[in-house]
Design a protein around this ligand. Structure first.
Ligand code: NDP
Length: 254
């Protein structure tokens, strides 16, 4: 038995059209999975689907705002009717508004919490009946180094990412009897559109990350492929409720 084989598995990856999500989509597709790539930007999503199809894998684009419960329910229905089921859910979509607590508007707080945390609850809840009836499922939640640490400008973001770790534990304990494993992964600093903006917003961020990361480099999106396959496959069947750093040693370092 190949512990990492994902042939015949269907995966939803929210925000799978770019950045870390696309790195995870590539890993899952290479392991044989069929992928539903979920995003708001139609062109970006179609380009990602085209890339995955060129690898010889099956992929399907779904345009959805994952903060909208009705849209999430429709997305799950579309995936089941088009691809035949849901074995793996990667809650990856996310955003950030970098402001100190005293400068953050209530609407900005909700925007970040809804995109990063509430969306994971909505998507997980919508997928649960399908995974329960199959007596199997894998849910992967995207945390962050700000699940563990914080900064003056990570008010809503760190709150959402700390929440992802606890949401992971709550879902893991609730759904373990259904043979659904729920785990969180905590990326270190990865080169994406999000962190390109962070480097503009936060002076010296680039150097700070290099100094604190023992691997002495920023991560690239393909560094996220392996954890996706591991947490989505039979290799992790007795692992649930965890939070695994993928950070080049950042969280081990002072
Ligand atoms: P990107 O900006 O490249 O990716 C964000 C993704 O989320 C996009 O694909 C975007 O799709 C999608 N998205 C955002 N809002 C919504 C929404 N409302 N509905 C559907 N999709 C949405 O950045 P990253 O790849 O860096 O971020 C991906 C995840 O990784 C986030 O959760 C982020 O917090 C997390 N992360 C990133 C780190 C890093 O160093 N880069 C470190 C730790 C965690 P679209 O444009 O189509 O809306």
């Amino acid at each position: 038995m190949d512990l990492f084989d994902l042939s015949d598995k269907v995966a939803i990856v929210t925000g799978g059209n770019g950045g870390i999500g696309l790195g995870m989509v590539r890993g899952l597709a290479n392991a044989g999975a069929t992928i539903a790539i979920v995003g708001r930007n139609v062109e970006k999503t179609q380009a990602a689907v085209a890339e995955i199809k060129a690898l010889g894998a099956r992929a399907h684009a779904v345009t959805t705002d994952v903060t909208d419960a009705k849209a999430v329910a429709a997305m799950v229905e579309e995936v089941v009717s088009t691809l035949g089921g849901i074995d793996i859910l990667v809650n990856n979509a996310g955003t950030n508004i970098r402001k100190r607590p005293e400068d953050l508007a209530e609407a900005e707080w909700h925007q970040v919490i809804d995109t990063n945390l509430t969306s994971a609850f909505l998507c997980s809840k919508a997928c649960y009946p399908i995974m329960k009836s199959a007596s199997a499922g894998k849910i992967l939640n995207n945390g962050s180094m700000t699940s563990l640490f914080a900064s003056p400008w990570s008010t809503a973001y760190a709150s959402s990412k700390g929440g992802m770790v606890q949401l992971t534990k709550a879902l893991a304990t609730a759904w373990a009897p259904d043979n659904i494993q729920v785990n969180c992964f905590l990326p270190g600093w990865i080169n994406t559109d999000l962190t390109l903006q962070a480097r503009k917003d936060v002076p010296d961020l680039h150097e700070h990350v290099l100094k604190r990361t023992p691997a002495d480099r920023w991560g690239e999106i393909n560094d996220m492929s392996g954890i996706a396959v591991f947490l989505a496959s039979a290799a992790s069947d007795f692992i649930t409720g965890t939070a695994i750093p993928v950070d080049g040693g950042f969280s081990a370092s002072i």
